[in-house]
Design a protein around this ligand. Structure first.
Ligand SMILES: Cc1cc2nc3c(=O)[nH]c(=O)nc-3n(C[C@H](O)[C@H](O)[C@H](O)COP(=O)(O)O)c2cc1C
Length: 370
């Protein structure tokens, strides 16, 4: 049991500040900092001082998820991505977990493989691999279709990275199964044209991820909360449908995913769900739909900039936890200020495109003002 239950002497008036117990882990409140790449690691994938300072700046949240961290050299998405594919990454990961623990938050890390959604200059010259030799971006290298041996090797890479994360002191492992990266590519009929047991039927397209959840749980599930960031529907022609996504969500939970953090799959958030003037983002609506069909806690994300929106999402029963991304970059003390632990006003996210383009968070105009 993680000892995060030392609540400060505050009056709990809001649902967001209510602790959540998942299996044997106590999460002190319902706010999550979702994974957000800083692209600030060294070219070898080592955690930088900048990143320690960045992750140490978030206050009074329940869980902080470290950005997409590559499990294999050939799965790397950017030359400045954090790595967890070698023991030399361990000391930096250890410092990162300790920094998050200093904030009394559950320390999670997102384990990632870009699959075919990368290019040779990012992969240390190794040919990118994917379920099929398909790419959506002309600038990207056409990946090599994975053979059975590649599947086993990459699953083993995820397991080894999860073991390193555990050794480094992380409490939770978030497997990246969204946004068109490797797991998403397997789920998606638009990207997965395989004719073996990993392609074709929904069951086959889900196989890679379901096997992975079981393997990672078997390796570290006793010590770490293993869960999935799941892109529950694609936003491309012939992509993963919502109906299919809901079925996979149930299978992921049955396979042992202890939470689901819902986002979009290939092509981002499914615009078909979005209505002009809607209170909730497409991804939050997706999460609410997933919550209706699974028994594990669901994290919703997307478009929350004010604390009352997060509170309303929980009060409406849409989700069990709320992740706040760009607004936390604009003000890492968003939670403390929003819930009366710090009297200062929030530097409100202006929803400008800068961090959406994954630029350095400190160029955020709201943050510069603060
Ligand atoms: C700068 C930046 C980096 C991101 N990096 C990741 C990432 O590493 N992994 C991931 O799954 N999503 C990533 N995302 C998506 C966020 O986790 C989140 O889902 C998205 O920003 C929507 O939430 P928001 O409206 O609260 O910002 C990133 C978003 C931003 C703005």
């Amino acid at each position: 049991m993680i000892s995060l239950c030392e609540e400060r002497k505050i009056v709990i008036t809001s649902k967001i500040l209510t602790p959540l117990t998942v299996d044997k882990w106590l999460i002190r409140n319902r706010l999550v900092v979702p994974p957000m790449v800083t692209w600030a690691a060294s070219p070898e994938g080592l955690v930088s001082d900048y990143q320690l300072q960045h992750y140490g700046s978030f206050r009074d949240v329940g869980m902080i998820v470290v950005e997409a961290t590559t499990v294999s050299p050939e799965g790397r998405l950017s030359p400045r991505q954090i790595g967890a594919f070698d023991d030399r990454h361990l000391p930096g990961l250890r410092r990162l977990a300790a920094t998050i623990h200093e904030q009394e938050a559950l320390a999670a890390i997102q384990l990632h493989h870009a699959g075919g959604h990368t290019s040779l200059e990012n992969t240390y010259g190794l040919p990118p691999v994917a379920p099929s030799a398909v790419t959506r971006h002309p600038s990207q290298t056409v990946p090599r279709a994975m053979e059975k041996a590649d599947i086993e090797r990459i699953q083993a890479d995820f397991v080894a990275a999860a073991r390193r994360a555990r050794e480094a002191g992380f409490d939770a492992i978030e497997l990246h199964g969204a946004h068109g990266y490797l797991l998403s590519q397997f789920f998606s009929p638009a990207m997965n044209h395989r004719e073996d047991e990993y392609g074709g039927s929904l069951e086959n397209r889900a196989r890679f991820a379901l096997e992975l959840v079981r393997q990672v749980n078997a390796a570290v599930g006793k010590d770490c909360l293993v869960y999935v960031r799941f892109g529950a529907a694609d936003n491309v022609e012939n992509g993963l449908s919502l109906q299919e996504g809901l079925q996979i969500a149930k299978w992921l939970a049955e396979a042992g995913a202890k939470m689901l953090h819902i986002s979009g799959g290939v092509g981002g958030a499914p615009l078909t769900q979005f209505a002009e003037g809607d209170t909730w983002s497409p991804t939050m609506r997706l999460a609410a739909q997933v919550k209706r069909v699974v028994d594990v806690p669901v994290i919703g994300v997307g478009g929350i900039v004010q604390p009352d929106q997060a509170e309303a999402a929980l009060n409406a029963g849409l989700v069990d936890m709320v992740a706040v991304g760009k607004a936390m970059l604009a003000d890492p003390q968003w939670a403390s200020k929003g819930f009366g632990l710090n009297p200062q006003p929030i530097n409100v996210c202006q929803k400008c495109p800068r961090c959406g383009h994954y630029k350095h968070p400190f160029t955020c105009p709201a943050r510069m003002r603060g």
